[in-house]
Design a binder for this molecule. Structure first.
Ligand SMILES: [Zn+2]
Length: 221
């Protein structure tokens, strides 16, 4: 799953108003951030295998540290714990931790049975990726819902908060479509590198417009 993760980042801002949107975006994408780094380091492995599912040309056969449920619970606890130490907000900490773990749930729905329960453990996946229309419908509806929640819970303080936010949504949709219908990548190293850069841009961009928006009501947590 791709933009569906960022939909969760958008939607959860309402639950944790004081958490920067960039942090929520980094939390929902945490598994993929680690994955791109671990792929480049050679700690995790994947190969290009067109047709592995209808939607994606990747055989994701080894990613226990970034994508197993147990490790994501651990990463979620670490990130949520760090947030609690810095901001002393229990709600915020739960939301940040929950965002990290939500990645497993959404990937479990999307991937074929390649999502490990724990490193070396059994793998699960409902295989939404076997339907291109199904995948795109689910992700676009999710994004629309997440963006809707975010845009109604907050208001723009200036033009950056308004137009850069909309440009961000347009960019996500464009990258999503280009990624699906573009030429397949050459090798996994290239995938990891572009993936990491793209995620950094997404997180930075979210930080930019989010700090130029404010909550409709005074946040309590
Ligand atoms: Zn993932």
């Amino acid at each position: 799953m791709f933009i569906g993760h960022f939909a969760v980042g958008f939607g959860t801002k309402k639950l944790a108003p004081r958490a920067p949107l960039a942090l929520l975006m980094a939390a929902v994408a945490w598994a993929d951030i680690l994955w791109t780094i671990f792929l480049m380091a050679g700690w995790e492995h994947a190969r290009i295998a067109p047709g592995d599912t209808k939607y994606t040309p990747f055989d994701l056969y080894d990613y226990p540290w970034s994508h197993s449920l147990l490790m994501l619970l651990a990463w979620g606890t670490a990130l949520g714990g760090a947030y609690w130490l810095m901001r002393k907000s229990a709600t915020g900490a739960w939301v940040v931790g929950g965002c990290v773990v939500s990645h497993w749930v959404l990937d479990w729905v999307t991937h074929r049975a390649d999502m490990p329960l724990y490193p070396g453990g059994p793998k699960f996946g409902l295989g939404l990726w076997n339907s291109i229309t199904g995948t795109m419908a689910v992700e676009i509806v999710m994004l629309a819902a997440g963006v809707g929640i975010y845009l109604t819970a907050t208001r723009a303080k200036n033009w950056i908060g308004r137009y850069i936010a909309w440009a961000f949504v347009a960019m996500l949709l464009l990258v999503y479509v280009a990624d699906r219908f573009g030429t397949p990548p050459e090798n996994m190293h290239e995938v990891a590198q572009t993936g990491l850069i793209a995620t950094m841009v997404i997180v930075g961009w979210a930080w930019w417009f989010d700090r130029n928006r404010e909550f409709q009501s005074t946040p309590t947590n």
